[in-house]
Ligand binder design. Structure first.
Ligand SMILES: O=C(O)CCC(=O)C(=O)O
Ligand SMILES: [Fe+2]
Length: 314
């Protein structure tokens, strides 16, 4: 099954690459795929996405979320990392028709991958599209990522209400520092001590609570590193509303839009787009010299790898 899926993907990519390089006689006036940008095939008829201009950021410390007894303490949150107009512009880039063919349907979400495809040999880095590079720059300017080790990989997830992401760890392909940018509707990111804890927690009533949860509001930035990266498993439950339970570690830091949520019982989800921004680790970069990463581990694309993907606990 795993190999079938990989073979299918490979075949699809080969066909896309052939369409991009072989100038076949155009049979009909439908747009032919002729150009690739950052490894993504663009349709001739589509203009490239607009350039994303974000306001300059000053270096500053992000606020730490509440440290709960059982939860990680290496999680930072900013409810208003983007202005409303920046969110709209970023969303327009993400959903631009030029990338329409690059979205991949996974279990419970759709995914766009920029910066290079995670494979068993690591990630062969590719340049980021301009809008992703602009977000990475903003994270460097703020001081989240060091100037000399900027992020170079961006996964974009799109969730409908009711969809989610199984508890997983991001693994050794990346440096242990993650910035998650949220657009659209809110969703709760849960941190679990183990996958077993999360399975117990899935029981509708009386299930264990996550070690900590973080409401990711639209326009927000959530950063995690340290223990939160290395020890805990993070995921998004497949539900249409998120309960505001006692382990919501950023309940006191929410923006105006969700300020009332602190007193609310549950927050309704909407369509959510998230950008997971990271830096591929030295060991995770597939270089020409054949450097290889731990096979499959942490390639959080739901693509079955040669090693069971602990990243998704399934
Ligand atoms: O969508 C999110 O907020 C989480 C995404 C995530 O965990 C990942 O891409 O590894
Ligand atoms: Fe993740």
């Amino acid at each position: 099954m795993a190999m079938e899926f990989r073979a299918l993907l490979r075949d699809e990519r080969r066909r896309a690459a052939e369409a991009a390089t072989v100038s076949a006689p155009a049979p009909a006036p439908r747009p032919s795929t002729v150009a690739t940008v950052s490894g993504h095939t663009l349709a001739r008829a589509e203009p490239p996405p607009p350039l994303l201009a974000l306001s300059a950021r000053a270096p500053r410390r992000l606020s730490r979320t509440r440290a709960l007894a059982a939860g990680p303490c290496d999680v930072l949150y900013d409810a208003n990392f983007f202005e409303a107009h920046e969110e709209r512009a970023l969303r327009e880039c993400v959903l631009h028709p030029a990338f329409a063919d690059s979205w991949r349907q996974l279990r419970g979400r759709t995914l766009l991958n920029f910066g290079g495809e995670p494979t068993a040999d690591g990630i062969a880095l590719e340049p980021l599209p301009q809008f992703c590079a602009a977000v990475c720059d903003a994270l460097v300017q703020t001081g989240i990522f060091p100037v000399d080790a900027p992020p170079n990989h961006v996964l974009i997830n799109r969730y409908e209400p009711g969809q989610g992401l199984m508890p997983h760890q991001d693994g050794p392909l990346y440096e242990p520092l993650v910035a998650i940018v949220s657009l659209g509707g809110p969703a709760m990111l849960d941190f679990w001590e183990s996958v077993a804890h999360s399975v117990r927690g899935r029981a509708e009533h009386g299930g264990a609570l996550p070690a900590a949860s973080y409401l990711c509001e639209p326009r927000s930035l959530l950063v995690f590193h340290g223990d939160a990266y290395a020890r805990f498993f993070h995921g998004i439950a497949e539900r249409t509303a998120d309960p505001m339970h006692g382990a919501v570690a950023n309940a006191h830091m929410l923006g105006d839009r969700a300020a009332s949520a602190e007193g609310a019982l549950a927050l309704l989800r909407g369509e959510r787009l998230s950008l997971t921004v990271r830096r591929v680790s030295v060991g995770g970069a597939a270089s020409g010299s054949g450097t290889s990463a731990s096979p499959g581990a942490g390639s959080n694309t739901d693509e079955p790898g040669p090693v069971p993907d602990v990243a998704h606990g399934r």
